[in-house]
Design a protein around this ligand. Structure first.
Ligand code: NOJ
Length: 758
C-alpha cells in the first residue's frame, strides 16, 4: 500500500510539478531579463495607475497621462474602455516607449459591464452561486471585449450598518455566505486561465474591514478586536484569494490605528505570509496621499511606508512616481522594495498574455457581438428576478392576474435612470427596462394607468448633491398634494395599485451614507393616501440598502424588494408581479425596524443580559422604544408557494473530533405552485473560550420543488465547521455542546443538538 502511494507521489511529482515550475520559470526568466533593461524611473513607472476618462471618485484628476505613458511612467490606466480608446493608449505603450511594456486597463466593472445585473447586495440575495458566477462571467466577457483586462471587483466587505451606502456593493452581513459569493465572483471574472482573451483579473476590495466604518459614515475610522476581525470580517477576502484573485485593493480606513494602505501587518504579514497571496496590491483612489490626512506623515514618508508595507501600485495619487526615487536615495527604502512591486505587476501582465498580444484580440466586431447581446440580456433578466425578495404577501395578493386594471404609481415606476443602480459605471440607463415597460411586455392585456405621485425626495440640498454627481433626477415642481391627488384619482379607477418607491440610485454606493432609513420625501404620505382608497396596494421597492419598513410592513399588504435590478429590472419585476417567476431571493442583511438599531445582524453575541421579550424586565440589553430583533431577519424571503420543514434527524448526538455527523431534514412544497427555497443551516457553539455568536450560518442549499414535492436534504457536520479563532488567534474547534438549526431563514428554524467530543 505504502509503496503504491510512494509510486503515485513520484509519478505525480514527475508530471505536474515540473510543468508548473517550467511555466513559472519561463515567466521569471522573461521578467528578470526585462527588468535588467529597465531604468529606475521605468520601474517606478510600472507602479503608477492614473485615471484616463471621466470617472472621478476623489478630489484629484490624473494629468498629462499620454506624455507619461510615452516616457514609460505608467503601468496601467483605469476608466478607459472601448476597443478604439484602449488601442490608442496601448499603441502608445507598445510602439512609443523604450521597452514596449503593455499597459493594464482597469475599470469598476462591479455588477456587469454594459449589461447591468442587480447591485451586488441583490446578487447575493439570490443565494444562487451559479447565478452570481454567471453574472461575473458575462461581465468579464463584455469588459474584455471592450478592451479591459482588470476589474475592481469583487467588493467583499462585510457590512452590518445600513446607513453605510456601500452596503449595496457587498454580499451583506454574513462571512460564510460572503465567502461563497467572493469565490463565485472571482471564478466568473478570471475563469480558469487568465491568458484567455475573455478573462479579466479580479481585485478583492477593500482590504480590509472597510464595511465596519464607524456610524456607517463612509471613509470613517474602523476599530475592531482581533477576534472579531478574524471570526467575522476576514473570511471573504481570504476566500477570494484562495480562489486565485490576481489583485487586492487596500481600503481607506485604518486598522489597529494604522491606515490599511501603510499597514505592513495587513499587506505583508497577513496577506502574503499567512495567506500566501502572490498577486499585486493596488491602493484605492489616492489612498496613499490620504494617509497624510490620517496623520501618518508627509507624502514622501507615507509613500515609502506604503511601498514597504506591501503596496505595489499607486492609484491616481502619484506618491510613488514623485517621491520613491528620493526615498531610495535617502535609503528610506531599498531597490528590492521597488523591484518586488515592479515584478509583481509585470507578472500580472505576463499572466494576462499581454506580452504576447497587448490587445488581447479586441475588435469592434467582437465588442458589438458580445456587449448587450440578447443572450446577455436574457441572463440579466433571469438573474435579476432571482435576486428579488418578497417581503410580504398578505392573502396572496401577488401574483396579479394579467388582465387586471393597474394604477402604476411612483417616481420609480416609469424610471430607467435609477434602475441600473450605483457603480454601473459603463452601464447606459437608456438601455434599461422600466417597470412600466416591463409590465407592458409581460402583461400586454393589463390596463395600466400611471401617475408619478411624488418625487423621490424633497430635500433640495440632497437633490443638488445627487444631481451634481450624475443623479439626473428631474424634479416635478407641482405641489406634493396635487401629485398625490392625481395618483389617488387613478387609483380609484383601478383594481390594484402597484407603487414603485424607494431611493434614487445615487443614495447608495460610495460617499452615500444616510442617517435615516425611511422612504425619503413624501413617499410615505403618498402611500397613506393610496391605502386610504381601499384598493389593494403592492409596494415594489428599489433601494441599495436595507430600509426601515416597520410602518410599511404594518400597513401595506404586499411588498417586493427589487433592489436596483439592472438593465432588465423592469422585465424581472413584471415576471414576478404576474407570477411568471416565483420569487426566491432571501435578504442577506437584517432589515431594521428603526435606524437606531443599526448596526444590526443576526450573528450577534448573547451578552450577559439577553432580552427575552418582557418589557417590564428593565435591566436587560434592550431599547425602551423598539424591539431588539429586526423587522425581517437575515435569510428571510417569501415565495408564492409555502415550504414546510420536518424535524431535524441527526445521525448521532455526539461528534468525534475526527468524525462527522449528518443532519437530515425533509423540505416539502405544500403550496400549489412550483418554487425554489433556500434551506439554511446554522450552528451555535454553546460554551467557548471566547464568547460565541447566537447563531452562525454553516450551510445552505437552494432547491427547486414542484408543487406537492418533497426533498430530503443532508447536511454533513465535521469539526472543521465548528472552528473559530480563539483569543490567541488559533483556529480551533472546542469540545462541548452545540445547537443546530435548519430552516427558511435565521429566525424560523427547527432545532437539534449534539456534542463535540474531546
Ligand atoms: C474608489 C472606490 O472606493 C473603489 O471601490 C473604486 O474601485 C475606486 N474608487 C476606483 O474607481
Amino acid at each position: 500500500m505504502l509503496r503504491k502511494l510512494l509510486l503515485f507521489l513520484m509519478i505525480s511529482l514527475a508530471t505536474s510539478v515540473p510543468a508548473q515550475i517550467s511555466k513559472d520559470g519561463k515567466m521569471n526568466v522573461f521578467i528578470t531579463n526585462l527588468m535588467s533593461k529597465m531604468t529606475l524611473e521605468e520601474k517606478i513607472g510600472q507602479l503608477n495607475l492614473p485615471s484616463v476618462g471621466f470617472d472621478v471618485t476623489g478630489p484629484i484628476l490624473s494629468r498629462g497621462v499620454e506624455d507619461k505613458i510615452k516616457r514609460g511612467f505608467v503601468g496601467g490606466v483605469f476608466n478607459t474602455y472601448t476597443p478604439a480608446a484602449v488601442r490608442k493608449l496601448q499603441e502608445m505603450a507598445v510602439n512609443q516607449t523604450r521597452l514596449k511594456i503593455p499597459l493594464l486597463f482597469g475599470y469598476d466593472v462591479i455588477h456587469g459591464h454594459k449589461t447591468i445585473f442587480p447591485i451586488a447586495l441583490g446578487l447575493a440575495s439570490s443565494w444562487d452561486m451559479n447565478a452570481v458566477e454567471r453574472s461575473a462571467r458575462i461581465a468579464a466577457r463584455e469588459a474584455s471585449a471592450d478592451g479591459l483586462n482588470w476589474t475592481f471587483s469583487p467588493m467583499v466587505d462585510i457590512a452590518r450598518d445600513a446607513r453605510w451606502g456601500r452596503i449595496s456593493e457587498g454580499a451583506g452581513e454574513d462571512p460564510y455566505l460572503g465567502s461563497y459569493v467572493a469565490t463565485a465572483m472571482v471564478r466568473g471574472y478570471q475563469g480558469n486561465d487568465l491568458s484567455k482573451n475573455d478573462a479579466i483579473m479580479a481585485c478583492v476590495k477593500h482590504f480590509a474591514l472597510y464595511g465596519a466604518a464607524e456610524a456607517g459614515r463612509d471613509y470613517n475610522t474602523v476599530d475592531m478586536s482581533p477576534v472579531k476581525m478574524y471570526n467575522e470580517y476576514l473570511a471573504p477576502y481570504k476566500a477570494a484569494i484562495d480562489a486565485g484573485a490576481a489583485t487586492v485593493m487596500t481600503s481607506f480606513n485604518e486598522i489597529n490605528g494604522v491606515p490599511a494602505t501603510t499597514n505592513k501587518w495587513l499587506l505583508t504579514d497577513l496577506l502574503r505570509k499567512q495567506w500566501g497571496f502572490k498577486g499585486f496590491v493596488v491602493t484605492d483612489y489616492t489612498a496613499i496621499n490620504e494617509t497624510v490626512a490620517h496623520g501618518v506623515g508627509n507624502l514622501q514618508e507615507v509613500s515609502a511606508l506604503s511601498l514597504k508595507a506591501g503596496v505595489d501600485m499607486d492609484m491616481v495619487g502619484e506618491g510613488f512616481l514623485n517621491t520613491v526615487k528620493r526615498s531610495l536615495e535617502e535609503k528610506k527604502i531599498t531597490q528590492l522594495d521597488i523591484d518586488l512591486a515592479c515584478r509583481r505587476i509585470l507578472e500580472a501582465k505576463y499572466k494576462l498574455g499581454l506580452f504576447d498580444d497587448p490587445y488581447r484580440g479586441i475588435s469592434e466586431e467582437r465588442a458589438a457581438n458580445e456587449i448587450l447581446s440578447p443572450a446577455n440580456r436574457q441572463a440579466a433578466r433571469e438573474i435579476s428576478r432571482s435576486s428579488m425578495v418578497l417581503l410580504k404577501n398578505n392573502a396572496q395578493l401577488l401574483p396579479l392576474n394579467k388582465s387586471v386594471r393597474i394604477a402604476l404609481i411612483g417616481p420609480l415606476a416609469n424610471n430607467q435612470r435609477d434602475m441600473i443602480g450605483s457603480w454601473s459605471a459603463a452601464g447606459d440607463w437608456k438601455k434599461a427596462v422600466s417597470v412600466m415597460q416591463g409590465i407592458k411586455n409581460v402583461a400586454p392585456n393589463a390596463s395600466v394607468r400611471y401617475a408619478k405621485g411624488c418625487n423621490i425626495l424633497d430635500d433640495s440640498s440632497l437633490l443638488k448633491q445627487l444631481n451634481a454627481f450624475g443623479g439626473g433626477i428631474i424634479q416635478d415642481t407641482r405641489p406634493a398634494a396635487q401629485m398625490i391627488n392625481e395618483a389617488v384619482e387613478i387609483a380609484r379607477q383601478s383594481d390594484v395599485i402597484v407603487a414603485v418607491l424607494g431611493e434614487s440610485s445615487g443614495m447608495s454606493g460610495e460617499a452615500a451614507s444616510r442617517s435615516e432609513l425611511n422612504l425619503p420625501g413624501s413617499q410615505r404620505q403618498l402611500l397613506e393616501a393610496l391605502l386610504q382608497t381601499g384598493k389593494p396596494v403592492v409596494l415594489v421597492l428599489m433601494n441599495g440598502r436595507p430600509l426601515a419598513l416597520q410602518w410599511e410592513n404594518d400597513h401595506v399588504p404586499a411588498i417586493l424588494e427589487s433592489w436596483f435590478g439592472g438593465t432588465e429590472a423592469g422585465n424581472a419585476v413584471a415576471d414576478i408581479l404576474f407570477g411568471d417567476y416565483n420569487p426566491s431571493g432571501k435578504i442577506t442583511n437584517s432589515f431594521p425596524r428603526s435606524v437606531g438599531q443599526e448596526p444590526i445582524y443576526y450573528n450577534h453575541k448573547n451578552t450577559g443580559r439577553p432580552y427575552a421579550g418582557n418589557v417590564m424586565d428593565k435591566y436587560k440589553s434592550r431599547y425602551l422604544d423598539v424591539e431588539n430583533d429586526p423587522l425581517y431577519p437575515f435569510g428571510y424571503g417569501l415565495s408564492y408557494t409555502r415550504f414546510s420543514y420536518s424535524d431535524i434527524n441527526i445521525s448521532s448526538n455526539t461528534l468525534q473530533n475526527n468524525g462527522s455527523i449528518t443532519a437530515t431534514v425533509t423540505v416539502s412544497n405544500v403550496g400549489n405552485r412550483d418554487g425554489e427555497e433556500v434551506v439554511q443551516m446554522y450552528i451555535r457553539d454553546m460554551v467557548g473560550s471566547i464568547t460565541r455568536p447566537v447563531k452562525e450560518l454553516k450551510g445552505f442549499r437552494k432547491i427547486f420543488l414542484k408543487a406537492g414535492e418533497s426533498q430530503q436534504l443532508r447536511f454533513v457536520i465535521t469539526p472543521n465547521q465548528l472552528r473559530f479563532y480563539n483569543a490567541d488567534l488559533n483556529f480551533v474547534a472546542e469540545p462541548g455542546d452545540f445547537r443546530l438549526y435548519i430552516g427558511s431563514n435565521s429566525r424560523d428554524v427547527k432545532e437539534a443538538g449534539f456534542t463535540l467530543l474531546k
